[in-house]
Design a binder for this molecule. Structure first.
Ligand code: ZN
Length: 72
């Protein structure tokens, strides 16, 4: 069981675009060990904004989440 990523309305543009860790906001462009953090949920009017967001290695490395090590 892993924590749900923050909702879309709490993400920065960089986090929404997958350029920054959804947990700590660290840039991921040259980060190693970036993993998918899951789907951030959100909507704007009728538009569904759900999007996959990413976590840096520091935030991804937890005992609970050691079974998903998806290299990006
Ligand atoms: Zn992070």
């Amino acid at each position: 069981m892993r924590p749900e990523p923050p909702p879309v309305r709490q993400l920065s543009k960089a986090q929404y675009d997958g350029w920054a860790c959804c947990w700590c906001g660290k840039g991921l462009l040259d980060a190693k060990g970036t993993v998918s953090a899951g789907i951030s949920r959100g909507s704007s009017g009728v538009h569904v904004l759900d999007i996959e967001v990413y976590a840096c290695a520091d935030c991804a490395v937890t005992p609970e989440r050691s079974n998903f090590q998806e290299e990006r």
